[in-house]
Design a protein around this ligand. Structure first.
Ligand SMILES: Cc1cc2nc3c(=O)[nH]c(=O)nc-3n(C[C@H](O)[C@H](O)[C@H](O)COP(=O)(O)OP(=O)(O)OC[C@H]3O[C@@H](n4cnc5c(N)ncnc54)[C@H](O)[C@@H]3O)c2cc1C
Length: 421
């Protein structure tokens, strides 16, 4: 134990990336106790080891990726924690429900850099050309606009993009990045889409952790003094000295408590003493989704020559796209294994025997209600004598990604560190 630990005791509720990052930033100076409702670190709780023949493979669920120039705080954290990243090819195709592809590009590897090239199918008929030309107009012209406080729906109307481009191209991509419905994607501030897309994938590339999420979980949680697995917090209440985490098994007082669970869970922990926080958290709506790892090839283009690492199947029957990753193209260890996919939002009935693992997630809808909640929470965080803090990917306006979780955790860690003990 480092002597600096005597600075105080911190309880952190939740071991997603925000709780892990808070543990990393605070763990050298404080005694950190991490609470997680799952039996393993939350960020890695759904990953699975599975066997092909006599070989065992660990598959992350979800298979998260990061863009080199968008995730600056996360990249710095991974560097400090010696978590290596591997550049991946993340080219994608878009197909109809019957598997007919209408848009796609591939990445050519030239001198170690990827150069994106449109697939011919993207120009093959008038429908495909319309999608491609509107896409080029959106990325060339649309992304240079200042959207002010417009929603995505309003922004696309104002710039006269067609409904087809919105429904068959842009929203399938955006709804997948946010794991939400098309309707919710349309309610996002246009500024969040523009921010995400103007920090380019082209130059810095797209990455995945070389040793999977388990490496992140192990290295970041190593700074916790104690991890209380399978011990969900039931209440977090202020005390004269700090704050207390109450579970079914224990009641422990800390100098500070960082709540790094989802906002809708955090709202349940808080009582009358933190009514303003609770009300702000309740403004953030969540949408559920199902993600599964499987062998069903219908989630890829019908014509195998169009297969790329990412594939979107867009069907008018559903309010969400099916976004799939072809894991063999992303993971060198699976290069010679039978085809394996990970899909968000099942569109087809798939036989049980084709499914490797399934998980249900909830994702915050970062619309203008969420933006207003963040403003309220920031004002509350600035009040004197705070002992209960909130962080998570929902605490930053924009797409709720790993970067937002780390940025919010770093902010809370700095605030706690600036208080004299
Ligand atoms: C399908 C999918 C794909 C994604 N892909 C990407 C991607 O490619 N790149 C990217 O950057 N982001 C991606 N994301 C988003 C990213 O995973 C999230 O933004 C991020 O994991 C959120 O981290 P967090 O720590 O804020 O919250 P969470 O990860 O939700 O962590 C909250 C933790 O709190 C725990 N908890 C809840 N209640 C309690 C309780 N009562 N007591 C104790 N613990 C509790 C939970 O079990 C969980 O471990 C994806 C999300 C999904 C769903």
């Amino acid at each position: 134990m480092s002597s600096n630990r005597r600075l105080g005791k911190i309880g952190i509720v939740g071991s997603g990336i925000a709780g892990l990052a808070a543990t990393w930033y605070l763990g050298d100076q404080f005694d950190v106790t991490l609470y997680e409702k799952h039996a393993s670190i939350g960020m890695d709780a759904f990953s699975t080891d599975f066997r092909i023949g006599d070989q065992s493979f660990r598959i992350d669920l979800p298979y998260r990726v990061v863009k080199g120039d968008f995730y600056l705080t996360l990249m710095q954290l991974y560097k400090e924690a010696k978590i290596p990243l591997r550049r991946i090819d993340y080219a994608f195709t878009m197909s109809k429900e019957d598997g007919e592809t209408y848009f796609g590009y591939k990445n050519l590897s030239i001198f170690g850099k990827y150069v994106s090239t449109l697939k011919m199918v993207s120009l093959a008929n008038s429908y495909n050309r319309k999608m491609t030309f509107e896409m080029l107009r959106f990325y060339r012209h649309g992304l240079r606009q200042n959207p002010g406080r417009l929603t995505m729906d309003e922004f696309l109307d104002q710039h006269k993009f067609s409904n087809e481009f919105r429904d068959k191209f842009l929203y399938p991509i955006y709804a997948t990045i946010n794991t939400c419905s098309y309707k919710s994607a349309g309610s996002y501030p246009a500024a969040s889409y523009i921010e995400y897309h103007t920090s380019g994938t082209g130059v810095a590339g797209v990455y995945h952790t070389s040793h999977g999420t388990i490496d992140v979980a192990q290295k970041l949680s190593a700074k916790a003094q104690k991890i209380r697995y399978s011990e969900p917090a039931v209440k977090v209440v202020p005390t004269a000295k700090g704050a207390k985490v109450i579970t079914d098994k224990s009641e422990i007082e800390y100098d500070h408590v960082v709540i790094a669970s989802q906002a809708n869970q955090a709202a349940k922990f808080l009582d009358a003493e933190n009514l303003a926080e609770k009300k702000a958290l309740e403004k953030i709506r969540y949408e559920p989704s199902v993600i599964y790892t499987h062998t069903d090839k219908r989630y890829m283009p019908r014509d195998r020559k169009h297969w790329e690492p990412a594939s979107f199947i867009v069907s008018e029957k559903f309010d969400k796209p099916a976004g799939s990753l072809w894991l063999n193209a992303l993971e060198p260890k699976l290069a010679d294994a039978p085809d394996l996919f990970q899909s968000w939002n099942p569109l087809f009935e798939t036989e049980e025997s084709n499914i490797v693992n399934t998980a249900r997630f909830e994702r915050p809808v970062m619309n203008f209600d969420a933006v207003s909640a963040i403003e309220d929470l920031k004002t509350l965080h600035a009040r004197a004598n705070r002992k209960i803090w909130l962080c998570g990917s929902y605490m930053r306006a924009g797409v709720p990604l790993l970067e937002a979780g780390v940025v919010s955790a770093k902010d809370i860690a700095r605030r706690i560190q600036s208080i004299s003990f």
